[in-house]
Design a protein around this ligand. Sequence first.
Ligand code: ZN
Length: 151
Amino acid sequence: MSDLRDLYQELILDHTKHPRNFGQLKNSNCRADGHNPLCGDKLTVFLEVENDVIAGVSFQGSGCAISTASASMMTESIRGKTRAEVQTLFEKFHQLLTGPQDIELEDSDELGKLVVFSGVKEFPVRVKCATLAWHTLKAALKHQAEPATTE
Ligand code: ZN
Protein backbone atom coordinates (compact mmCIF):
# COMPACT_ATOMS: atom_id res chain seq x y z
CA MET A 1 0.00 0.00 0.00
CA SER A 2 2.79 2.42 0.78
CA ASP A 3 4.29 1.80 -2.67
CA LEU A 4 0.98 2.67 -4.20
CA ARG A 5 0.83 5.80 -2.12
CA ASP A 6 4.27 6.85 -3.30
CA LEU A 7 3.20 6.29 -6.86
CA TYR A 8 0.11 8.41 -6.32
CA GLN A 9 2.14 11.19 -4.77
CA GLU A 10 4.57 11.13 -7.66
CA LEU A 11 1.76 11.43 -10.16
CA ILE A 12 0.19 14.33 -8.27
CA LEU A 13 3.56 16.03 -7.99
CA ASP A 14 4.16 15.58 -11.70
CA HIS A 15 0.87 17.26 -12.57
CA THR A 16 1.56 20.05 -10.11
CA LYS A 17 4.93 20.80 -11.65
CA HIS A 18 3.82 20.30 -15.24
CA PRO A 19 0.10 21.03 -15.46
CA ARG A 20 -1.47 19.65 -18.64
CA ASN A 21 -3.71 21.81 -20.82
CA PHE A 22 -2.69 24.92 -18.91
CA GLY A 23 -3.61 28.30 -20.39
CA GLN A 24 -6.46 29.85 -22.27
CA LEU A 25 -8.29 27.71 -24.82
CA LYS A 26 -8.46 29.27 -28.29
CA ASN A 27 -11.85 28.02 -29.40
CA SER A 28 -13.49 28.04 -26.02
CA ASN A 29 -17.26 28.55 -26.04
CA CYS A 30 -17.85 28.29 -22.33
CA ARG A 31 -15.82 29.14 -19.29
CA ALA A 32 -16.22 29.68 -15.59
CA ASP A 33 -14.18 30.88 -12.65
CA GLY A 34 -13.82 28.93 -9.45
CA HIS A 35 -12.65 29.91 -6.01
CA ASN A 36 -11.88 27.94 -2.91
CA PRO A 37 -11.72 30.60 -0.19
CA LEU A 38 -10.61 28.11 2.43
CA CYS A 39 -7.26 27.57 0.72
CA GLY A 40 -7.09 30.49 -1.68
CA ASP A 41 -7.19 28.38 -4.85
CA LYS A 42 -8.46 30.24 -7.90
CA LEU A 43 -8.90 28.88 -11.36
CA THR A 44 -10.69 29.31 -14.65
CA VAL A 45 -11.88 26.39 -16.75
CA PHE A 46 -12.25 26.83 -20.52
CA LEU A 47 -14.33 24.44 -22.58
CA GLU A 48 -15.03 23.88 -26.21
CA VAL A 49 -18.33 22.01 -26.32
CA GLU A 50 -19.40 20.57 -29.65
CA ASN A 51 -22.69 18.70 -29.97
CA ASP A 52 -22.74 17.88 -26.29
CA VAL A 53 -19.18 16.55 -26.34
CA ILE A 54 -16.17 18.14 -24.63
CA ALA A 55 -14.01 18.76 -27.69
CA GLY A 56 -11.46 20.86 -25.86
CA VAL A 57 -10.62 21.84 -22.33
CA SER A 58 -7.99 23.87 -20.53
CA PHE A 59 -7.54 25.70 -17.27
CA GLN A 60 -5.50 28.46 -15.75
CA GLY A 61 -5.11 29.98 -12.36
CA SER A 62 -3.13 29.54 -9.22
CA GLY A 63 -3.61 27.33 -6.25
CA CYS A 64 -2.08 24.69 -4.07
CA ALA A 65 -0.54 21.47 -5.36
CA ILE A 66 -3.70 19.43 -4.96
CA SER A 67 -5.97 21.90 -6.76
CA THR A 68 -3.53 22.29 -9.65
CA ALA A 69 -2.95 18.56 -10.03
CA SER A 70 -6.65 17.87 -9.82
CA ALA A 71 -7.48 20.45 -12.51
CA SER A 72 -4.70 19.13 -14.72
CA MET A 73 -5.86 15.53 -14.43
CA MET A 74 -9.47 16.54 -14.87
CA THR A 75 -8.69 18.11 -18.24
CA GLU A 76 -7.14 14.82 -19.34
CA SER A 77 -10.09 12.78 -18.07
CA ILE A 78 -13.00 14.65 -19.61
CA ARG A 79 -11.88 15.36 -23.16
CA GLY A 80 -14.04 13.52 -25.67
CA LYS A 81 -16.73 12.77 -23.13
CA THR A 82 -20.37 13.83 -23.26
CA ARG A 83 -21.98 16.06 -20.66
CA ALA A 84 -23.72 13.05 -19.14
CA GLU A 85 -20.46 11.10 -18.91
CA VAL A 86 -18.74 14.06 -17.30
CA GLN A 87 -21.55 14.32 -14.76
CA THR A 88 -21.20 10.63 -13.89
CA LEU A 89 -17.45 10.97 -13.59
CA PHE A 90 -17.85 13.96 -11.28
CA GLU A 91 -20.21 12.00 -9.04
CA LYS A 92 -17.82 9.07 -8.84
CA PHE A 93 -14.90 11.35 -8.12
CA HIS A 94 -16.90 13.08 -5.42
CA GLN A 95 -17.81 9.70 -3.91
CA LEU A 96 -14.17 8.67 -3.99
CA LEU A 97 -13.29 11.70 -1.90
CA THR A 98 -16.24 11.81 0.46
CA GLY A 99 -17.99 8.45 0.38
CA PRO A 100 -17.40 5.17 2.18
CA GLN A 101 -14.17 3.33 1.54
CA ASP A 102 -15.57 0.44 -0.53
CA ILE A 103 -16.95 2.62 -3.33
CA GLU A 104 -13.57 3.53 -4.67
CA LEU A 105 -12.56 -0.01 -5.58
CA GLU A 106 -15.74 -0.76 -7.45
CA ASP A 107 -15.46 2.30 -9.63
CA SER A 108 -11.74 2.59 -9.98
CA ASP A 109 -11.79 1.49 -13.64
CA GLU A 110 -13.97 4.34 -14.67
CA LEU A 111 -12.06 6.85 -12.61
CA GLY A 112 -8.77 5.77 -14.10
CA LYS A 113 -5.87 7.87 -12.89
CA LEU A 114 -8.19 9.98 -10.77
CA VAL A 115 -7.98 7.33 -8.03
CA VAL A 116 -4.69 8.92 -7.02
CA PHE A 117 -6.79 11.44 -5.11
CA SER A 118 -8.28 8.77 -2.84
CA GLY A 119 -5.69 9.67 -0.19
CA VAL A 120 -7.13 13.19 -0.03
CA LYS A 121 -10.09 11.73 1.85
CA GLU A 122 -7.96 11.65 4.97
CA PHE A 123 -7.63 15.43 4.80
CA PRO A 124 -11.15 16.89 4.63
CA VAL A 125 -9.87 20.42 4.08
CA ARG A 126 -8.07 19.22 0.94
CA VAL A 127 -11.21 17.68 -0.51
CA LYS A 128 -12.29 21.18 -1.51
CA CYS A 129 -8.98 21.75 -3.25
CA ALA A 130 -9.40 18.51 -5.20
CA THR A 131 -13.00 19.19 -6.22
CA LEU A 132 -12.66 22.89 -7.10
CA ALA A 133 -11.84 22.23 -10.76
CA TRP A 134 -14.86 19.94 -11.03
CA HIS A 135 -17.24 22.46 -9.48
CA THR A 136 -15.87 25.04 -11.89
CA LEU A 137 -16.32 22.64 -14.79
CA LYS A 138 -19.95 22.15 -13.86
CA ALA A 139 -20.44 25.91 -13.71
CA ALA A 140 -18.89 26.28 -17.17
CA LEU A 141 -21.20 23.62 -18.59
CA LYS A 142 -24.18 25.47 -17.15
CA HIS A 143 -22.89 28.80 -18.49
CA GLN A 144 -23.01 30.05 -14.95
CA ALA A 145 -22.06 33.71 -14.70
CA GLU A 146 -21.22 33.64 -11.00
CA PRO A 147 -17.92 32.13 -9.96
CA ALA A 148 -18.13 28.60 -8.60
CA THR A 149 -17.16 28.23 -5.00
CA THR A 150 -16.47 25.27 -2.80
CA GLU A 151 -18.36 26.92 0.06
ZN1 ZN B 1 -5.95 24.21 -2.13
